[in-house]
Write a protein that binds this ligand. Structure first.
Ligand SMILES: [Zn+2]
Ligand SMILES: [Zn+2]
Length: 107
């Protein structure tokens, strides 16, 4: 079906449709990134993220480059030092305040 569509496009003097890459199989994180939310794809994505986080946490050199006292360090690197915890709670408080503002001043 797609081949005849390409033929039709070519006969009209148009570019055939862009070469299609075979879609990633279910259970492949790329499939999840393309929007599939089936159990297999979600699990693949979860595992990928978990291993990514574990890698960051287990590699002190990666954390060494992170700046402490930042909410992103708290969240992405899993740092729980005082500085990062303070930054994260300030960040959460600011986010809540913004959300309240938006909800309250709608009309
Ligand atoms: Zn899937
Ligand atoms: Zn820290």
């Amino acid at each position: 079906m797609s081949a005849s569509y390409d033929d039709l496009m070519a006969s009209l003097g148009l570019e055939p449709s862009a070469p299609k890459r075979p879609p990633a199989a279910h259970g492949d994180r790329r499939r999840y990134q393309r929007g599939c939310r089936c159990d297999e794809c979600r699990e693949a994505n979860r595992l990928y993220k978990a291993s990514w986080r574990a890698k960051r946490r287990s590699d002190p050199s990666l954390l060494g480059r992170a700046t402490h006292g930042k909410a992103s360090t708290y969240r992405q690197y899993g740092c729980r030092c005082d500085e990062c915890r303070t930054a994260n709670s300030a960040d959460v408080a600011a986010w809540r305040a913004r959300r309240r503002e938006r909800a309250g001043g709608g009309s």
